[in-house]
Write a protein that binds this ligand. Structure first.
Ligand code: SF4
Length: 336
């Protein structure tokens, strides 16, 4: 592990001064915020990330979960994943989110990891962590070890010739389906980022994970009033029952009028560089009966551009079945 300096500011303003004047996005920054440290410290120990300085924000007053006008909830960026998942309001009004958080990592990690950090965690691509192999995300321009290597866990949607990594978060898949808003602050003041615009596809700059600027801080994540508590679920398919990343996961949320679908939301994890949503698949369900046949058609629409690599083509059929099963669970439709 390389030497770095360390600050622990006692206010948001002081924290922002600590990262001031850095160009680019937070993934490119030499000075990084740290809170739970559950991913960043691993990456530093593996020499994958090499910040010059860490600004420890774990003592800032950003750990509350509060009601907001209009009926939503504001999740503080420094609220722990466990506290968020077990919050009675989250469990009652956003059960899909609670389930997604509890599907991730281990109890010990969830107790340390923060909501803001969950959004900024980095891919678990094997080659990203192995400094002896090429990786455009770790060292731009070196190539992609996964393209010709073992790529069983990699992307089937939205990948590029430069990177086929997937985003590892469960929580973010539910937040995408809920259309959460990310609140950030920086030298130009506060701004909000719709969840769909927060993470990026790799394109030819896979070293950049998100649109958060290097001198900005996530302060909270706003959940809209509509939580789909009646008809939603989070389904995670993985190699073992706990402490494993998703091969495919599905956040499915429906608004039903009797057995007719009024609104559908579908987000997939484990398949792309960001939580994957497709308005065409959701539109396919609107106004139709909640049936297995219609769920299958929506899954076909969603996966129409899916492309397997040498070891992960099985994910396409797996995703199709997972989407149907998640929608059936959300709708209360019997599934064989
Ligand atoms: Fe690196 Fe992305 Fe290729 Fe993995 S898939 S080796 S993260 S460039």
């Amino acid at each position: 592990m390389r030497a770095f300096s360390y600050d622990r500011p006692d206010s948001v303003d002081a924290a922002l001064r600590g990262v001031a004047n850095q160009p680019g996005t937070t993934t490119e920054a030499a000075v990084k915020f740290v809170a739970g440290g559950t991913n960043l410290l691993d990456l530093m120990k593996a020499d994958v990330m090499r910040p010059d300085r860490l600004v420890d924000i774990s003592r800032l007053n950003l750990d509350k979960i509060e009601e907001v006008d209009g009926g939503g909830l504001r999740l503080g960026a420094l609220a722990r994943n466990s506290d968020t998942a077990y919050d009675a309001r989250v469990q009652a009004r956003y059960p899909m989110l609670s389930k997604a958080i509890l599907a991730g990592a281990s109890a010990q990690l969830r107790n340390m990891a923060t909501n803001g950090g969950n959004l900024l965690q980095r891919t678990r691509c094997y080659y990203f962590y192995d400094t002896g192999t090429p990786c455009n995300k770790r060292e731009p321009g070196t190539g992609c070890g996964a393209l010709t290597g073992v790529n069983r866990i990699h992307a089937i949607l939205g990948a590029s010739d430069h990177c086929i990594a997937v985003h590892p978060s469960d929580m973010c898949v539910a937040l995408a389906a809920l259309e959460a808003i990310v609140r950030v602050t920086g030298p130009k003041g506060e701004r909000t980022i719709p969840f769909a615009d927060f993470h990026r596809l790799p394109g030819d700059t896979p070293h950049i994970d998100s649109t958060l600027a290097a001198d900005e801080l996530i302060t909270a994540i706003d959940l809209p009033a509509k939580g789909f508590a009646e008809h939603s679920t989070y389904l995670k398919v993985r190699d073992r029952a706990s402490y494993a990343f998703a091969l495919v996961s599905v956040a499915a949320a429906l608004e039903l009028d009797g057995q007719t679908i009024r609104t559908a939301r579908l987000a997939l994890g484990g398949v792309a560089h960001k939580p994957w949503r497709d308005p065409a698949a959701e539109a396919e369900l609107a106004g139709k009966p909640a049936s297995l046949e219609n769920f299958r058609e929506a899954s076909r629409v969603l996966l129409r551009d899916a492309k397997g690599q040498s070891h992960n083509a099985f994910k396409i059929g797996l995703a199709e079945r997972a989407i149907v099963r998640a929608l059936a669970e959300a709708a209360g439709v019997e599934h064989p």
